[in-house]
Ligand binder design. Structure first.
Ligand SMILES: Cc1cc2nc3c(=O)[nH]c(=O)nc-3n(C[C@H](O)[C@H](O)[C@H](O)COP(=O)(O)OP(=O)(O)OC[C@H]3O[C@@H](n4cnc5c(N)ncnc54)[C@H](O)[C@@H]3O)c2cc1C
Ligand code: FES
Length: 277
């Protein structure tokens, strides 16, 4: 159980894992996530179920190294196991035939978007995807998206596709054709500006929020967010919400809450692991 059966590097700091967990592989729906703990002293972190192979009992997680736990995970090899894997958690995405759908993914958010894109395609939608990253070396899963959607690439430096940010591409696409609904998944700041852009054109938008989580089952409130003026727990009420209803500035403030402790913990880990990132 919880064995890493395949591992691949997708970009400098992004790793693609297939993990053995028959229950998650059978039950997970697009939009859901798992909480993992590497070892007895480890913290619990949420990671999206990026794909499944129920016949083989496997699920996929695509992980970006941002701190101690994700770095420690990136050092795990095929054949290693993960102590705890809990899931699937959260509400599935609202998949139905909307017509024409615009999907916007930024960085590792592209992996979170992938199962949603597949399910929307299978439900008869016409899917157009904007995939954004800092440079072409950080763009992931482009070929997989090309199999199911029309793809527009955007990079900060113009090394692949359009130079700029994903909202520039949204602007162009919204001017050229109509969309019935939009999804944006990526860094919080990106989702905030994608929401403002979609609102400018009157297109409804779904976002997948990534607040700090602890239990992931609705017991602690660490993941609380304000949606339509009401407190919601992202792990049980989300993680997907309508972007127009989210209090973005509060969420951005809460995400920065443990930055100092995260830095100290990561530095301590790097020292004991004897390496630098
Ligand atoms: C529902 C959900 C699904 C997620 N799915 C994925 C996924 O599929 N792949 C993936 O790589 N990551 C995903 N994340 C984010 C992932 O959980 C964090 O990157 C991880 O917890 C960081 O742990 P760490 O100890 O390595 O870094 P930490 O030391 O905790 O953090 C290092 C830096 O990353 C920032 N950070 C930490 N947590 C988050 C977060 N949740 N969102 C944005 N920035 C954060 C911190 O502010 C800090 O600057 C998801 C988060 C949620 C809530
Ligand atoms: S993580 Fe504890 S309630 Fe959501």
């Amino acid at each position: 159980m919880n064995e890493i059966v395949a591992k691949k590097r997708l970009a400098f700091d992004v790793f693609d894992f297939w993990v053995h967990s028959p229950s998650i592989s059978k039950e997970a729906k697009p939009g859901q996530f798992a909480i993992i703990r590497l070892h007895e002293k480890g913290e619990r972190i949420p990671l999206t179920v990026a794909d499944t192979k129920p016949e083989e009992g496997l699920f996929r997680m695509v992980v970006k190294v941002v701190g101690k736990t994700t770095h420690e995970l990136s050092l795990r090899k095929e054949g290693d196991t993960i102590l705890d894997v809990v899931g699937p958690l959260g509400n599935p995405s609202e998949i139905r035939n909307y017509g024409r759908v615009l999907l916007v993914g930024g960085g590792v958010g592209i992996a979170t978007l992938y199962p949603i894109a597949k399910a929307l395609k299978n439900s008869g939608n016409e899917v157009v995807a904007v995939l954004g990253a800092r440079t072409k070396d950080y763009l992931i899963m482009v070929d997989e998206f090309r199999e199911i959607s029309e793809v527009f690439l955007v990079t900060d430096d113009g090394s692949a596709g359009m130079k700029g940010v994903v909202t520039d591409a949204m602007d162009r696409l919204f001017k050229e054709g109509s969309f019935n609904v939009c999804w944006a998944i990526g860094p919080t700041i990106m989702m905030k500006f994608c929401t403002l852009k979609a609102m400018e054109y009157g297109v409804p938008i779904w976002v997948s929020l990534n607040p700090i989580m602890v239990d992931g089952t609705g017991m602690c409130g660490a993941c609380r967010v304000t949606v339509s003026g009401r407190m919601k727990f992202a792990c049980v009420d989300g993680p997907e919400f309508r972007g127009e209803e989210v209090d973005w500035d509060e969420l951005l403030k809460r995400l920065a809450q443990y930055r100092e402790q995260e830095r100290i913990s990561y530095e301590r880990f790097l020292k004991t692991a004897g390496e630098t990132k």
